[in-house]
Design a protein around this ligand. Structure first.
Ligand SMILES: [Zn+2]
Length: 143
């Protein structure tokens, strides 16, 4: 359970670090986006899993990726499923197709979703939530 802060708004739920996800968050803390890569068959996947979804190997490594991808889809949330998100309603959740293959669910920053066409190039940016959690979000890619 995470510590609460003395604010009027309840804290947003944060990712839980476990033996599988710890490698992802360790790299995120250093500003690197990563996906799990199977040491046996090379399959890249996200989110992390205890075994490779292709060959069931338990030998998995968190591998840094470029942080670049494309916007595949987005949806606007009009209801707060967690009280901590109530002040943000409505907010946008996006599906990003990473250059390396896996897809990731995140938030769009720096632009309104209706101004970013499906297929537009995106790049990761990190927003620090706590000492342990550096949240990856995506913005339209520049240049
Ligand atoms: Zn594998």
């Amino acid at each position: 359970m995470s510590a609460t802060t003395a604010t009027a708004t309840p804290a947003k739920p944060l990712p839980t670090l476990d033996p599988v996800s710890k490698g992802f968050w360790d790299l995120a803390n250093r500003g690197r986006l990563s996906v799990q890569r199977c040491d046996d068959c090379g399959h890249r996947h996200y989110p992390g899993a205890p075994v490779c979804p292709r060959c069931l190997s338990r030998q998995q490594t968190w591998e840094p990726v470029s942080g670049r991808g494309t916007l595949l889809s987005w949806v606007r949330f009009h209801r707060a499923y967690w009280e901590g998100f109530a002040p943000d309603i409505p907010y946008v959740v996006i599906l990003v197709g990473l250059e390396e293959g896996p897809m990731m669910i995140s938030n769009l920053v720096g632009a309104r979703a209706e101004d970013v066409p499906i297929g537009a190039p995106l790049e990761v940016v990190f927003e620090r939530a706590t000492d342990q959690i550096n949240l990856p979000k995506f913005r339209p890619r520049r240049g």
